[in-house]
Design a protein around this ligand. Sequence first.
Ligand code: AHG
Ligand code: MN
Ligand code: MN
Length: 316
Amino acid sequence: MLNSPTLSDFISQKGYLPALQSILLDIAKVSVQVQKTLLDAPLGGMLGGNAHVNVQGEDQQKLDAYADELFVQGLLQNTFLAGIGSEERDDLIQGSAQGEYIAFFDPLDGSSNIDVNGSLGTIFSVMPRTQTGTLHNEELLQKGENQVLAGYVLYGAATWLVCSFGKGVHTFVLHTQTDTYHLLHEALQSPKSGKIYSINEGNILDCETPVQDYVKNCQERRYTARYAGALVGDFHRNLLKGGIYLYPATEKSPKGKLRLLYEAFPLAYIAREAGATASNGTMPILDITATALHERTPLFIGSVEMMRDLGAHCAF
Ligand code: AHG
Ligand code: MN
Ligand code: MN
């Protein structure tokens, strides 16, 4: 497998825009630092919370803050970026005024898995700017379909980087002896259907009836339930094997729990490029125009036939 191209060679051969190649390579570089940090975290006193509640009102873990710092510092040096939005920062961070792109990050996804050595991820999205000069907040008010690069890194048994420049989805695996990502799948296609459903069933009594009906239908069909507690891990499994992930509005989170700009948008972009699909229950995720950096959304994402079945229950 090491004969397969490196990430750098592959994207260069593909001829993607140099600015986007540069941004992706910087993200990949930081992800290697994050991966090493995660491996050493338990013995390095890096588990647990840091007594800070982030702008989402969620307890921040030490590694949430550390991963955020690594991505922000690593990416601010990239002059193609006019700014960065992160789950862990209240506001957009200004980058280079000459930069033509904005990057959005969930630096560490699945924080509740940190202390139990479960799957973790990083999710990223890159949008073009809509103005020049100093970055303005209104520039993030864009549709998901405007993304020009998106993807995620999954820190599991191995470290995978999955990305799309809008022309198919490619996967890469980190070779730890050389710290380089190598191509695993070119133009990955997700199965049109599957038998895995992923939802926090502890919330089922608080979900709307159509969602309850759909989950019941999955059980009647004897589908398999899988829920990692990390969106990246659940999405990745379902992308490869065929499946559906649901995080609907609940009584506790009436607008949904997941964030539009740095969780739903990038994964919906990957889904579309791999032949899967994503919705908020009333419209395609990629058709939504963001209204705020930390906006939340219900998310239904996965194999097209399962999403069609869900639509039969939920009328979308
Ligand atoms: P984050 O750790 O970035 O805040 O994201 C956590 C998200 C997502 O990864 C996961 O699927 C979901 O929260 C789990 O939520 P529940 O614990 O409510 O099921
Ligand atoms: Mn997350
Ligand atoms: Mn996170």
